[in-house]
Design a protein around this ligand. Structure first.
Ligand SMILES: [Zn+2]
Length: 340
């Protein structure tokens, strides 16, 4: 059964620093794959407590290079690969985690050793599409202190899930969330918060987002200190009342079945997309990642270096705003130079 499991719901440095709420990220199990989003401090412990076998991770996704989102990514990669004895899985990450950001004065957080423990590293910019057989992952723009921060959308045959990542609010940001059946919001600040910032969502932002997107389910997580003080259950209830959208406040280890929130009417769109565009893209660029047939170490490196693709031309089923080039770039930065 597909599931979304919260290995922690802590947001700011106070909550994470004291581990008032965990920070192990989110596990998404779907279509036989296991995706691990934003493994922050304690990811291994929280995974063990939740009965998650990290060896089964298909991919680790890092939205940005703040400690509470990526601290344990190296450790998770080590778990996935027996510290490189069995090179395994894919890392899908923003640029800063892999290569650092001069602009933000942030060093790379991925170690050279762990770079070589995964089969593929995809350094993503916003609006990229990454096909993993029947699951497509789209990267979304986020407004955050890490200038390369991302959100993620998972398009599966049964549901369409958006994870905002850490982001501030803007019209452009919200427009990206359209068609989400399930929307996971990193909601740091409660209603009427005196202290808030433009790089993280607050209650009022969440109201505007849900009123516009109307997902079948919204899950609030990534809570800051003020959010815990305000009581996350009350905030979720108020958010639901204000928007008419079902809202859950995530709890530690909470597991939900995303198929309960799939939209029959929306599957039509996904179906046509899957049949026409996605397979074509996968064929063209070799971005389809197959569980049993991930590129082996012996394969030449060129296999992994997809060339930038010009604008998508025949994506008539895809709304304009979602059209994008499927580019897997920066491979020279992420690919292994030396094979063992
Ligand atoms: Zn952050």
């Amino acid at each position: 059964m597909p599931s979304i499991i919260f290995l922690g719901t802590g947001g700011d440095e106070f909550v994470v620093g004291k581990q008032l709420r965990g920070s192990g990220g989110i596990i998404i199990k779907v279509e036989g794959y296991q995706f691990h989003l934003d493994p922050g401090p304690g990811a291994l412990v929280r995974a063990q407590q939740a009965g998650i076998n990290l060896r089964e991770n298909t991919a680790v996704l890092v939205s940005h290079a703040h400690i509470n989102h990526c601290n344990d990514a190296n450790a998770v990669i080590a778990s996935m690969s027996h510290s490189g004895f069995d090179v395994n899985g894919v890392l899908i990450s923003n640029k800063t985690f892999v290569n650092g950001s001069e602009e933000a004065r942030m060093p790379p957080m991925l170690t050279d050793f762990h770079r070589n423990c995964v089969e593929r590293i995809i350094v993503a910019k916003p609006s990229q599409r990454i096909g993993i057989e029947t699951v497509e992952i789209q990267t979304l723009k986020a407004l955050h202190k890490d200038p390369n921060a991302l959100g993620f959308r998972f398009i599966t045959p049964k549901f369409n899930l958006v994870y905002t990542g850490d982001t501030g609010y803007s019209k452009e940001i919200v427009d990206q969330y359209k068609k989400a059946d399930i929307l996971i919001l990193n909601l740091v600040y409660p209603s009427n918060a005196k202290e808030k910032d433009q790089y993280n969502l607050n209650f009022e932002d969440a109201v505007k987002i849900l009123q516009k997107i109307k997902p079948r389910l919204a899950v609030a997580t990534h809570f800051g200190k003020k959010m815990l003080e305000a009581n996350v259950l009350d905030e979720a209830r108020e958010l639901q009342k204000a928007t008419g959208v079902q809202v859950l406040a995530a709890t530690e280890g909470m597991s939900i079945n995303p198929e309960s929130y799939s939209a029959g009417s929306k599957q039509r769109t996904l179906g046509t997309y899957k049949e026409s565009r996605k397979e074509e893209i996968d064929d063209e660029l070799g971005t389809g990642i197959e569980d049993e047939e991930l590129p082996s170490q012996e394969e030449p490196q060129e296999e992994l270096q997809a060339e930038p693709e010009p604008e998508a031309e025949d994506a008539e089923e895809i709304p304009k705003e979602e059209q994008s080039t499927l580019v897997i770039d920066d491979f020279e930065d992420g690919s292994k130079e030396e094979e063992e």
